[in-house]
Design a binder for this molecule. Structure first.
Ligand SMILES: CC(=O)SCCNC(=O)CCNC(=O)[C@H](O)C(C)(C)COP(=O)(O)OP(=O)(O)OC[C@H]1O[C@@H](n2cnc3c(N)ncnc32)[C@H](O)[C@@H]1OP(=O)(O)O
Length: 369
């Protein structure tokens, strides 16, 4: 490793530095380094300069790091404040000189100061973040369904439970989706909140010229009493065989359901569309209902199984207090945190290299699942 260069400035950026920072970000993610005025204007609408770090070598941005406010649902359904980390890059000319380590230390110290309970991120590569106290907290699975083998009734025409499925447009999704996701994520440990911007980007209402976009089909499930309980988005690829057989793959871009009935109906819907012979599920939780709603679950084979959200506890006491427990009892945990970041209550960090400290956790909560 090249020795760290203290003359490289690591600090929050100013608004005027957004174009240079964006160029460095695109470079680090191996996208065209060209930055359009449109992209700069778009970033200006959501990045918070004080939480957007850059490393500057002779005035040029060579590393990027950004964090934003997030809520993460703990086991039992209590949301905790999270420091969501994103846009982490170090330009290839400046790698392995400790720039990521400096930016991470800066951001985690600020998060702790603010009182965030955890920090979260989605790791580009598995080996990067363990050293900073992160670990994989949720996992993701993607299935590919061989539809002709799924055993589905070719006469199926919709839910048998009195509910109904309607196709809607992006405007309708932006109206119905946020409330639906709120209901889901408040009941789902490991789920995070979604911003208004998230809904705009994922429904194509906000997109950059350089990004390609195919408008998906959107399906909404309503229960018999009219309550919206589920929503899916999928695209189809239009493939036909040379022998004039329809061979479409439907790729599910998202499926949010707050009841098993909605979840089942939306999967059966996408698997029952004429011409579709393969369905890619998109990223689901490993314990998703999907394979079991098929008469032949073996028709759904796992194509991706990987870590997803990584979490770094910043305040052990509040993180443990936020969750509920199966029963009442006492549990003593010994926590060793080289950075001292996991210790709650604003106490000074323990001396390096490792200092263990003990927490007595008294659990007295209702059984929640
Ligand atoms: C949440 C997100 O945004 S995920 C996206 C992460 N970004 C990318 O993957 C883009 C491409 N990669 C990069 O930009 C850079 O290589 C980074 C950001 C991953 C690392 O930045 P660097 O400044 O080189 O890291 P830094 O010098 O601080 O490294 C600290 C330690 O981590 C190790 N490390 C850094 N990156 C990696 C890696 N990809 N794989 C394994 N070890 C790594 C270093 O070897 C070093 O180890 P040491 O302390 O034992 O000597």
């Amino acid at each position: 490793m090249t020795p760290a260069r203290p003359d490289i400035d690591v600090r929050p950026i100013t608004e005027a530095e957004i174009p240079d920072w964006t160029r460095a970000l695109n470079t680090g993610f191996l996208r065209s380094p060209e930055v359009s005025a449109e992209e700069v204007a778009d970033r200006g609408t959501y990045i918070v300069p004080s939480r957007t770090l850059g490393a500057f070598d002779a005035g040029r941005c060579v590393a990027t790091f950004r964090s934003f406010e997030q809520e993460l649902t703990a086991v039992g359904g209590t949301p905790v404040a999270a420091d969501a980390i994103s846009n982490v890059t170090v330009t290839s000319t400046h790698r392995r000189r400790g720039l990521l380590t400096r930016m991470m230390a800066h951001d985690l110290a600020a998060a702790k100061e603010r009182g965030d309970v955890v920090a979260t991120l989605i790791a580009a590569e598995y080996p990067i973040y363990g050293r900073y106290g992160f670990g994989p907290a949720t996992w993701t699975t993607e299935w590919t369904i061989d539809v002709p083998r799924a055993g589905l009734d070719p006469r199926w025409s919709g839910p048998e439970d009195g509910g109904r499925i309607d196709l809607v447009d992006g405007d309708e999704v932006r109206k119905l989706g946020p409330e639906l996701h709120e209901r889901l994520r408040r009941a789902q440990p490991g789920a995070i909140d979604r911003s208004e911007r998230w809904w705009q980007v994922s429904t194509g209402a906000r997109r950059l010229d350089r990004e390609s976009w195919t408008e998906p089909f959107y399906a909404v499930y309503r229960a018999a009493d009219g309550t919206v309980e589920g929503l899916s988005a999928y695209v189809c690829d239009g493939t036909w065989s040379d022998a004039k057989q329809p061979l479409n793959t439907a790729t599910v871009k998202g499926l949010v359901a707050v009841t098993p009935a909605a979840e089942r109906a939306l999967w059966l819907h996408v698997c029952s569309i004429d011409w579709v012979v393969k369905v890619r599920s998109g990223r689901r939780a490993p314990d998703d209902l999907l394979p079991l709603v098929l008469p032949n679950p073996r028709a759904a084979s796992i194509t991706t199984q990987a870590d997803w959200l990584w979490v770094r506890i910043l305040d052990v006491v509040r993180a443990l207090e936020a969750r509920t427990y199966e029963g009442t009892g006492a549990l003593v945990l010994e926590v060793a945190d080289r950075a001292g970041g996991g210790r709650g209550g604003g106490a000074p960090p323990p001396p390096p290299p490792t200092a263990a400290f003990r927490y007595l956790v008294i659990a007295a909560g209702p059984v929640t699942h």
